[in-house]
Design a protein around this ligand. Structure first.
Ligand code: 3H9
Length: 688
């Protein structure tokens, strides 16, 4: 049952009932249209519309967007509600998003509960409101507010919706209030479509365009939404609806909308594999070892999710530093008004810091975020094993070290798992859950349960150097350094990747994280590096010169006075010097060539990662690249993007690059298989 109807005397109740979030699919549309006719036939004096469960309606069913549109179309349903002689009242308890908000706007009146949200997030799916939202919203809230809501996609809470006059009232029980509305008052409300459109205002439109361009660079939908709102101001309502519908249908089948839908559903589908049926351990008390930036961020994320946290450090100075580090995150959250004083105090009360591991003796999960040294980790795991309950899960946040070697320290290695957070750990959504050779299902189930509590996107990985994300990153940086050494500057590389859609290029990003981390990794890899692989020495030279990034005032860029980045000609000269020493000719790469090399290098590495079973699916690689490494979401993640190029074209270009360097550009067998068979990379897996 998608829509249910009942009447009490002359009042009709229509309820959308399409769990879990009342997405508006074909059967809901049909149900609503039938309800309009039913209410008219029954000569009801009002219809009160609500949603069953936790949502009013989450919008059009995005799963239908890959199919041809099916009647009745949503705009026609809205028009039927708006134009009916029976006035409808939307009683909103839960989210009213996209098409859900559009239904509410087609109603004569809107009453929402304080816990509800209303908004037009269509642009986040790469489309525009397609059922009258671009025309009804400006009529209700004015041009400026409507443009902001539609082009940025951010929903309003009840208070803001009332202030914007989008809803008539905010009440605890919207259904009851809707019943109480005076019939005469209801009869005086003008149907939304009959309201006059706001006056065009070039300055307001220009500001909206600039804001959208800044906040969502490269994205088509926000600008197209503004076009449609603007055009609608000077034509009749129904004519404007036609233009809106045409734009919606055009965008819906475009690359950006496909990519954004892919990521939307991939994020929702990021769950424990069905084969893992074990119960997770209790997560009310978690020990975090190491209170540096990463450990403090992890501790804060756990506190945010309501857990008790014991931070373990080596000495009293460490305890003080760790507590101060968490306090810094609390202060920043207070400043950003993410929490209030009471919330800060509550978090402080649930935090303890100690040197004695016995303080965590009832914690069923420990997350080690200590210094990246195998010796340190082994010592920590031995201590955790002795202090925590026998069934406790022992996790390491290592970025690179061999989890199997760490696990071998404890008598029961099935309890050891990698939980790889990304800095800042309380903000970044990705959590790589790394399965060692002997990791058990309870440890994995615990990792996924933790991700859910922290509202993070979990991705299962197997052990290799860098797991999924950092292994791709290492190849990306190697390709960047090669391009730099052979002809470009760091700023040319950064600009090319920013144009591709990254918020910042690889060099600026490295300046922020510090060049010393990658340097330590290279030294660790010295013993096992393929001697035939070309080694680019530029980053080592930078470290020798003390240019470690923003924290030292200079890295690939200079940061005079700790301020913004400035190009540094000395760094550009380094590459000229090194390539002269290596007797290499330099090439003037175009931005397009730079982008192609860096992106193909990542795709090729990711294909190997998939082929080796380090990642389970191409979709997981998309999640890792988007949620952990800033890959543009509107490109759908690395492997989704690879499919838009096509395996055949990728392999053809890699064959060219292989002539330059057969080791670095060794083509992944998985790509070769996809190119030969025509199988999309999205569906590819290890050779069987
Ligand atoms: C639109 O409306 C266009 C119109 O203007 C014009 C049309 C002509 N469709 O997120 P959750 C599924 S465009 C299909 O885990 P939460 C989701 O996949 C739409 N399915 O829960 C998941 O499935 P599963 C504009 C949807 O409580 C389940 O519901 N609307 C849709 O954390 C639970 O989702 C939006 O952009 C959908 N629209 O968050 C809103 N929405 O259980 C998009 C959800 O199989 N949705 N599902 O994994 C959201 O923002 C969040 O899902 C919401 C609930 C806040 C509603």
């Amino acid at each position: 049952m998608s829509v249910t109807t009942r009447s009490e005397a002359d009042v009709g109740y229509v309820e959308i009932d399409n769990p879990p979030v009342n997405a508006i699919g074909q059967s809901v549309r049909q149900g609503l249209l039938d309800a309009v006719r039913w209410a008219e036939k029954e000569k009801l004096t009002r219809v009160i519309l609500s949603g069953k469960g936790r949502a009013f309606a989450a919008g059009a069913d995005a799963r239908e967007f890959d199919l041809p549109p099916q009647e009745p179309h949503l705009p026609d349903v809205m028009n039927a509600i708006d134009e009916s002689f029976v006035p409808w009242i939307a009683a909103i308890d839960g989210v009213a998003l996209g098409g859900g908000a559009e239904i509410a706007m087609a109603c004569r009146m809107r009453i929402m509960s304080p816990r509800s949200q209303i908004g037009m997030p269509e642009v986040t799916l790469g489309v525009i409101p397609g059922a009258g939202g671009t025309q009804r919203l400006p009529r209700l809230v004015g041009l400026e507010k409507a443009l902001e809501m539609i082009s940025l996609g951010k929903p309003l809470g009840a208070k803001a919706a009332l202030a914007a006059k989008l809803v008539h009232a905010v009440e605890e029980d919207p259904l009851e209030e809707a019943y109480m509305v005076n019939t005469e008052e209801l009869g005086c409300i003008v149907p939304t479509w009959e309201l006059p459109a706001p006056q065009p205002d070039a300055a307001v439109i220009d500001t909206a365009r600039k804001t959208a361009a800044r906040k969502t660079p490269n994205q088509i939908a926000p600008q197209r939404a503004i076009d449609v709102v603007e055009a609608g101001l000077s034509v009749p309502f129904h004519e404007a609806l036609k233009a809106e519908r045409a734009t919606f249908l055009e965008l819906r089948k475009g690359d950006q909308a496909r990519a954004l839908r892919h990521i939307f559903f991939a994020e929702r589908g990021a769950k424990a594999p069905e084969s893992i049926t074990a119960e997770p351990v209790a997560l009310d008390h978690v020990a975090v070892v190491g209170g540096g930036t990463m450990g403090a961020g992890i501790a804060y994320a756990l506190l945010n999710a309501g857990m008790r946290v014991t931070l373990l450090e080596t000495d009293e100075d460490g305890v003080a530093r760790a507590t101060a580090n968490v306090e810094k995150v609390i202060a920043a959250s207070l400043k950003r008004k993410l929490i209030d004083e009471a919330g800060a105090e509550d978090r402080r009360e649930r935090l303890a810091a100690a040197t004695d591991y016995a303080q965590a003796s009832d914690a069923m999960l420990a997350i080690e975020a200590a210094f990246e040294s195998m010796e340190v980790k082994k010592d920590v795991f031995t201590k955790l094993d002795a202090a925590l309950p026998k069934g406790a899960i022992l996790a390491t946040n290592t970025s690179y070290l061999d989890i199997n070697e760490i696990a071998a320290t404890v008598p029961d290695p099935s309890r050891v798992v990698g939980l790889h957070f990304f800095a800042p750990a309380h903000i970044m959504k990705l959590l790589e859950i790394v399965r060692g050779d002997r990791t058990g299902d309870v440890a994995l189930a615990t990792g996924f349960a933790l991700a859910k509590k922290l509202r993070k996107v979990p991705v299962l990985a197997r052990v290799c150097d860098g797991f999924i994300g950092n292994r791709i990153l290492a190849r990306y940086r190697e390709a960047a350094d090669t391009v730099f050494m052979d002809g470009s500057t760091p700023w040319e590389v950064d600009a090319a990747m920013e144009e591709f859609g990254y918020a910042m290029g690889p060099y600026e990003a490295q300046d922020l994280s510090g060049l010393d981390i990658a340097h330590a990794n290279r030294r660790r890899q010295d013993a096992t590096r393929d001697p035939n692989r070309r080694y680019i020495p530029i980053a080592d030279r930078m470290v020798e010169l003390g240019k470690l990034g923003k924290k030292t005032g200079a890295g690939w860029y200079r940061y005079p006075g700790g301020g913004g980045k400035v190009e540094d000609p000395i760094v550009a000269d380094l590459a000229i010097e090194e390539s002269h020493l290596a007797k290499r000719d330099r090439t003037d790469y175009s931005a397009e060539e730079i982008r192609e090399r860096l992106v193909l290098a990542m795709i090729n590495e990711a294909a190997d990662i998939l082929d080796e079973g380090i990642a389970q699916t191409a979709r997981d690689i998309d999640l890792v690249t988007v949620f952990g490494y800033g890959f543009p979401r509107w490109r759908g993640g690395l492997m989704h993007h690879a499919d838009t190029i096509g395996a055949k074209a990728i392999v053809a270009r890699l064959e060219e690059l292989r002539k330059e360097d057969p080791v670095a550009w060794k083509i992944s067998p998985l790509l070769e298989r996809c190119a030969a068979s025509g199988q999309p990379i999205a569906e590819a897996g290890p050779a069987t």
